[in-house]
Design a protein around this ligand. Structure first.
Ligand code: 6R9
Length: 669
């Protein structure tokens, strides 16, 4: 790669002349509509220092600059990490949909808000801020008429269509709490989430379209709702017009288009307290049951707006495209909230990067003159493998290219920079989580010199700590490795796990007292740059989807022939990690390919297709300690060919199982 086209190294961290440090390409400044919101690394450092030394002053100003408050706040922050009672902008009142829609619609009603790019190229439409206000208002009326009240949860199970965004905003307009379930989840998963959140209304579509395939969305919802007696209404958006036949329950099921046309195109936004819940989003942890992570209004919105502004360097005329699904946190914060809070157009992309060809993303970027693009490395690996010829589109408006969800390998980073960005865009590798609400370790768009594979430096207000997992002590200084934690509360941190505050405390705040524990391993290099090493708990990351091994094991054990199951994540060239399962059957059952197929189906049914094991090994017994704990570490080592370094196996209740498992794994290769 040529280093000629980069800014002179005026910045401190670049002074080390580490060949792996890339400065912001000069071409970015040439095509910038003005200049980046942060003028230099020094300005970032100055702002960062203020945010750490006087967070109340920093966030108070930021909150007033970026959000419109119906009533101002007096207290910027209260509570602590020790007590787990953090609250932000206490007396403040505001409404999320007002901040995302009304204030922009008043200024410029014709400005595009949503650019809908449908699964079939050429289909889709653009929705202006004025229209968005009308659509959101009508749907808000519908929800109200269905009996949804402030504080009630509404489940959303929708494909990537503008109506998904409209649904988010309609909920927030009346103070309802959205609980979005990724439309790739199975009916069982949807059922569990509807029940846990006690949602009485579900919004869905007749079908979905993705990569040229039709998905029977409503049918999945019907299956889920068989066991959700409290759901009073299911509102169905007509996406394909398919004949739903028996999949319709009169009285409960209502058509979106029939209901919305009954109501006025304006409803006043509900006044919400800053700490009122904005949404729940279920995520996987080390235990089987997914957690309903709860975010609140003021703090979360501020995190979204501030990172949109400073990390993606969003300016008024920009067009933002996040390829994530609204069913995950990335879609929540960066398809919906960040771009709309900042009043720019957001691309809602229904399709896949491979349909109708591997050029699809790049054509969308070109066609809509996208200035910021955001995607997970898994998609980039697929597209890189497909070949550079697919990425010929000039994409000349691109300034910032984001990466999220998993570590990005240096070759993939370079491919993104050279082939997609034509060395004219800044790559930002953004590290964050469902629980952090918005970016926590990330370069600042147009500012931070970057190193491929490092998420670089903390966002404002974030004080990272590297902790020694053995002693539990913080390790100070640079050139250190450990687990990653944060020392200070920040506005967009999750406040609790729905109905399980103790679980919230035990998972995040009680692990290392006084710190928020991320669950990731990380290193801080000699220049203070952070390198995320991946999860240290039983969470696997498949194609950027966060899965719990315990949850997959629980699904396998549901199968009547299964005695025991152990699931591990192993490195995979395409998906980052892949799910591998070891299963032993109950006595009297025979191992054959049909059983394996059945087990894959079982996981698809109880979680969703994306969680299906890539390989299943049928074994007589699993390596267990004398107290019955499955030693997954040994399974992981066998799979990665490290049989020579299994460590001490003498503590196993039956050490001979190890050789038998090695045999099974070898035979399958
Ligand atoms: C936003 C999102 C969170 C987990 C997180 C970590 C991994 C996210 C990353 C990254 C390396 C990055 N992760 N971003 N790892 N580099 N830039 O993905 O949220 O689904 O909750 O997953 O994803 O392991 O702990 P979520």
């Amino acid at each position: 790669m040529s280093e000629g086209d980069v800014q002179p190294p005026t910045m401190k961290v670049a002074e080390a002349h580490n060949i792996d440090t890339f400065n912001v390409p000069k071409a970015l400044f040439d095509k910038h509509p003005a200049k980046p919101h942060i003028s230099s690394l020094e300005e970032y450092q100055k702002m960062y220092k203020e945010s750490i030394e006087d967070p109340d002053k920093f966030w108070g100003k930021m909150a007033r600059d970026l959000l419109t408050w119906e009533r101002d706040f007096q207290t910027v922050h209260s509570g602590s990490l020790i007590n787990g009672d953090n609250a932000w902008f206490l007396e403040g009142r505001l409404n999320a949909s007002y901040n995302c829609v009304d204030r922009h619609a008043f200024k410029n009603p014709d400005k595009p808000a949503i650019i809908y790019e449908a699964d079939e190229p050429g289909e889709g439409r653009t929705i202006s801020y004025g229209e968005l206000l009308r659509e959101v208002s009508k749907l808000a009326w519908v929800l109200k008429q269905m009996g949804v009240r402030k504080g009630d949860t509404v489940a959303l199970y929708l494909p990537m269509v503008p109506e998904a965004v409209i649904s988010f905003l309609a909920c927030t307009r009346i103070g309802a709490v959205h609980s979005v379930v990724f439309a790739g989840f199975s009916s069982d998963s949807l059922r569990d989430r509807v029940l846990d959140a006690n949602s009485r209304v579900v919004i869905t579509s007749d079908e979905g379209k993705r990569g040229g395939k039709v998905i029977g969305t409503k049918k999945i919802v019907d299956d889920a709702l068989k066991q959700c007696p409290d759901v009073a209404h299911c509102l169905v958006f007509k996406r394909t017009g398919a004949d739903l036949g028996k999949n319709w329950t009169p009285g409960r099921d209502l058509w979106w288009h029939e209901e919305t046309e009954k109501y006025p195109s304006y409803i006043a936004p509900e006044s919400m307290s800053s700490e009122d819940p904005l949404f729940l989003l279920y995520t996987s942890g080390s235990t089987g049951k997914p957690k309903g992570v709860m975010h609140t209004t003021g703090g979360y919105l501020l995190g979204a707006a501030a990172t949109g502004k400073y990390v993606f360097d969003i300016h008024d005329s920009d067009r933002f495209f996040c390829g994530g699904d609204v069913g995950w946190i990335t879609g929540h914060t960066y398809v919906v909230y960040a771009p709309l809070l900042l009043g720019v157009a957001t691309v809602v992309f229904e399709g896949t990067p491979a349909y109708p060809s591997f050029s699809r993303y790049w054509e969308v970027i070109d066609k809509h003159q996208v200035s910021q693009f955001y995607v997970a490395p898994t998609a980039l690996r697929l597209l890189k493998r497909a070949g550079d010829s697919h990425a010929k589109a000039p994409m000349k408006h691109l300034r910032v290219l984001g990466s999220v969800g998993e570590p990005i390998a240096a070759e993939v980073w370079k491919w993104y920079f050279e082939i997609v960005g034509k060395e004219e865009a800044h790559i930002v590798d953004t590290y964050w989580q469902t629980e952090t609400g918005s970016h926590v370790i990330t370069p600042m768009g147009g500012v931070t010199p970057t190193k491929p594979g490092s998420a670089s430096l903390p966002f404002f207000g974030i004080e990272p700590a590297i902790i020694d997992p053995v002693s539990g002590e913080e390790i100070h200084g640079n050139d250190v490795e450990g687990v990653l934690a944060f020392k200070k509360p920040w506005p967009s941190m999750a406040r609790t796990v729905w109905g399980a505050h103790k679980r919230y405390m035990d998972t995040y705040l009680n692990v290392y007292k006084g710190y928020y524990f991320s669950g990731d391993g990380a290193g801080r290099d000699h220049e203070g740059y952070y390198w995320i090493r991946g999860r240290v708990d039983d969470v696997v990351n498949v194609s950027g989807h966060r899965l719990s091994t315990a949850e997959i094991e629980a699904a396998l054990i549901e199968h009547h022939q299964v005695a025991e199951a152990a699931v591990v994540g192993i490195n995979d060239e395409l998906t980052g990690q892949a799910v591998n399962a070891f299963v032993s059957l109950k006595e009297g059952n025979e191992t054959n390919d049909d059983v394996k197929k059945d087990l894959v189906l079982q996981v698809r049914k109880s979680i969703g297709p994306f969680a299906a094991p890539k390989a299943i090994f049928m074994v007589d017994d699993l390596p267990k300690t004398r107290s019955g704990k499955i030693m997954r570490r040994i399974l992981r080592k066998i799979l990665s060919g490290e049989e020579d370094s299994l460590g001490d196996t003498s503590t196993l209740s039956d050490p001979s199982v190890v050789d038998k498992i090695i045999e099974v794994v070898h035979a399958s290769k």
